[in-house]
Design a protein around this ligand. Structure first.
Ligand code: PNS
Length: 168
């Protein structure tokens, strides 16, 4: 069985992530979505809420693939998460050339840390090439409509008042 880990902050999950996940599930037998901390970004949403939002997105957007996709929070390195779930591949999405440099660096570094693990890139559909979690969050914060950018439910969670357990 070919297992891949799709790591990310998913802060929050967007339709671009959903697109990459669907593509990955077309190639791998099992995909583990690893919700991780990116030490270069301050997380806005709690890890538990991000995991729940990813699970809801899978159930809502790709119910036929749900049996082959797991969502888990991990602490630490992406390559450790891969080893824990016996994955030999890391999946990442590329939106534009501007993503490439940082992604190449991470892929080489992960390969250096774990030579048995390779990174596979999927190009995000053109219509999602402009999407980013941080922009979605910013637009939602100022009352903009993000319903065409995120899975159903995420927009509601982003709008939930502070202190509401659903809030992302
Ligand atoms: O969605 P993001 O923020 O682009 O994801 C980045 C992420 C979480 C995949 C990256 O920061 C990561 O791998 N974090 C875990 C710590 C780690 O393995 N760092 C070394 C990367 S070479």
């Amino acid at each position: 069985m070919r297992t891949a880990v799709y790591p990310g902050s998913f802060d929050p999950i967007t339709l671009g992530h959903v697109d990459v996940l669907q593509r990955a599930a077309g190639v791998f037998d099992r995909v583990v979505v690893a919700v991780l901390v990116n030490p270069r970004k301050a997380p806005a949403g709690e890890v538990a809420s991000r995991v729940t939002a990813v699970r809801e997105a899978i159930a809502g957007e790709m119910p036929d693939l749900a049996g082959r996709i797991e969502v888990r929070a991990f602490d630490g390195l992406t390559v450790q998460a891969c080893r824990e779930v016996s994955a030999r591949h890391i999946v990442r999405g590329l939106r534009a050339v501007s993503d490439f440099e940082a992604e190449l660096q991470m892929a080489h570094m992960n390969h250096r840390l774990a030579p048995e693990i390779d990174t596979v890139f999927f190009m995000t559909a053109l219509e999602y090439g402009y999407l980013s979690s941080s922009l979605v969050r910013e637009i939602a914060r100022f009352g903009g409509d993000v319903s065409a950018m995120v899975p159903r439910g995420v927009a509601d969670r982003l709008r939930a008042p502070e202190g509401d357990g659903r809030r992302l």
